[in-house]
Design a protein. Structure first.
Length: 74
C-alpha cells in the first residue's frame, strides 16, 4: 500500500459521484493512474435496487454496509 498516491486535482464529476486521480501498482507492479470515486452525491444501485454504501471504511465489509435506511431517518 505504500505505492498508492492520491491526488486532489483535478476533481471531476460523473452522474452521482465525484472522481479523483490515484496512482496504483497494477498486477505486474507497474504504476498506473486511475479514477476513484471520492464522494457519492446521488443514489447508487445494486441489483436494480437503491443501495448506498459507506464512502469510507477500515474493512471491505464496512464499505459494503448499506446506509440507505439511514438517509431517510428523521
Amino acid at each position: 500500500m505504500e505505492k498508492l498516491l492520491f491526488d486532489s486535482d483535478p476533481i471531476i464529476h460523473t452522474t452521482g459521484a465525484f472522481l479523483r486521480p490515484m496512482k496504483v501498482p497494477d498486477s505486474e507492479g507497474k504504476e498506473i493512474w486511475l479514477w476513484f470515486v471520492s464522494e457519492f452525491n446521488e443514489d447508487t444501485f445494486k441489483d436494480g435496487k437503491v443501495y448506498n454504501p459507506k464512502e469510507f471504511g477500515k474493512t471491505k465489509a464496512e464499505l459494503l454496509v448499506d446506509t440507505t435506511a439511514e438517509l431517510f431517518e428523521t
